[in-house]
Design a binder for this molecule. Structure first.
Ligand SMILES: [Zn+2]
Ligand SMILES: [Zn+2]
Length: 215
């Protein structure tokens, strides 16, 4: 039975982001990425430790370390699917794939919510959902010195931002390093030309949970 919690939605997003970054994730196989990721997440979620399934910012101190957590119970349906899609070479690698996904999930669920006043509600420039947004520096701040020194972009462009929802913002940073973003993906148009972000966009647009909401 499908879990409808926010944690499940977050885990599913983490899985989708891992998946779209893989060269084996061919377009034909993922014509309905959402169904595929939902299937995978559904298979493995009940077998994750309860403390993970209840992860939140408030409970962040209880969260285990993804590197040492036991994933011995990972169901064969999950492992077999990961291997048969060429996402991992063997069963051990499939469990490692899951471990990296769990790592992303722990990072995301334990992150503080965006401070009030730094979000605004309209539509995300990537998935087009009307959800609270964060701003993404199209030329990440940590790269500004290098950008100017290397004359990649004029100074006036340094502070351009895109308004993205939390999951899309994470997806953007997941697909390229800050230097790559600064140099080659410094506009929304360039980001949207990426195949992995197109896949992500198609997936994200279907999700109910747009952003971590705190009660
Ligand atoms: Zn979005
Ligand atoms: Zn950003």
């Amino acid at each position: 039975m499908q879990d409808i919690s926010e944690q499940f939605a977050t885990f599913k997003d983490c899985l989708a982001r891992r998946f779209i970054g893989q060269p084996a994730a061919g377009a034909d196989d993922t014509s309905d990425l959402n169904d595929f990721i939902l299937y995978l997440a559904d298979e493995v979620w009940p077998f994750l430790p309860p403390v993970l399934r209840e992860a939140s910012y408030d409970a962040r101190d209880k969260l285990p370390n993804a590197d040492t957590i036991s994933l011995d119970n990972t169901p064969t349906s999950f492992v077999d699917t990961i291997v048969s899609y060429g996402l991992s070479s063997d069963n051990d690698a499939a469990v490692e794939f899951l471990r990296r996904t769990v790592h992303d999930y722990i990072t995301q669920t334990s992150a503080p919510p965006p401070p009030w006043g730094t979000t605004r509600t309209e539509t995300c420039e990537l998935c087009q959902r009307a959800v609270p947004l964060t701003y993404h520096h199209l030329i990440p701040r940590s790269t500004h010195t290098k950008v100017l020194k290397s004359k990649w972009h004029p100074e006036r462009m340094l502070n351009s931002v895109a308004w993205l929802c939390r999951p899309c913002h994470t997806a953007v940073h997941h697909c390229a390093t800050n230097i790559e973003l600064a140099r080659n993906f410094h506009t929304m148009e360039l980001l949207l030309e990426r195949e992995d972000l197109q896949k992500w966009k198609g997936y994200a647009a279907k999700q109910r949970f747009g952003v971590i909401q705190r009660k």
